[in-house]
Design a binder for this molecule. Structure first.
Ligand code: GTP
Ligand code: MG
Length: 193
């Protein structure tokens, strides 16, 4: 995908702030610090458009990025960050439920997991929730640069089995560091744009 335009639009906390022009939206969900913002930056080849950090819990709002005046990437706050208070977690839950369950332009969710590890309980719950809502998913298993070649297949199979990924949802090994998997992610995304 050739990126002619990529622009941060808004950090939204409530529905009234979501963009109103109804472009298709692709949301990125995953546990805190897994690499959601890095994935956006790599896909659109901008080093810093989406804020990344070595400290988990950086993205706390729904961040809308408009791409090519055609669609949005929506960077979603990471789940499973232990240091967040119960009150904050409830707030997160409410915001996410509203977004995932009522947002018409939401076409697909990219669920980002860490290829180095088995999916967490939160990852499993998130995927099950997406399937319950019948939302199409692309699973991107990131940090592939940290997994040895001969361990690859095992980790991919394990991820598929543990998450119970359905056949119509692709699972793509990816690295924001090397760019591996980027073209495949774009190919899959094009179906929704
Ligand atoms: P929150 O917004 O805090 O939930 O984090 P996030 O999911 O947006 O993660 P972010 O993109 O900020 O990345 C977290 C850390 O992981 C950073 O230190 C990144 O440099 C690192 N990282 C992200 N993707 C990769 C990858 O593919 N490979 C490696 N080796 N490191 C990565
Ligand atoms: Mg982030």
């Amino acid at each position: 995908m050739k990126i002619d335009q990529a622009k941060f639009i808004i950090s939204a906390v409530k529905e009234e702030q979501y963009p109103k022009n109804r472009f298709p939206e692709i949301a990125l969900a995953g546990r805190s610090n897994v690499g959601k913002s890095s994935l956006i930056n790599r896909l659109i080849q901008r080093r810093d458009l989406a804020r990344t950090s070595s400290k988990p819990g950086k993205t706390q709002t729904l961040n809308f990025y408009e791409i090519n005046e055609k669609f949005y990437f929506v960077d979603v706050p990471g789940y499973g960050y232990a240091k967040v208070s119960k009150q904050e977690r409830n707030k997160w839950g409410e915001m996410m439920e509203t977004y995932f369950e009522t947002r018409g332009p939401l076409k697909c969710i990219i669920l980002i997991t860490d290829l180095r590890h088995k999916p967490t309980e939160d990852d499993k719950q998130m995927y099950a929730y997406m399937k319950y809502l019948q939302l199409p998913a692309i699973i991107v298993a990131t940090k592939a640069d940290k997994v040895k070649r001969n361990q690859r297949k095992k980790h991919i199979e394990q991820m598929k089995t543990e998450l119970q990924v359905i056949d119509s949802d692709p699972l793509i090994p990816f690295s924001a560091v090397t760019g591996e998997g980027k073209d495949i992610v774009w190919r899959e995304l094009k179906r929704f744009l």
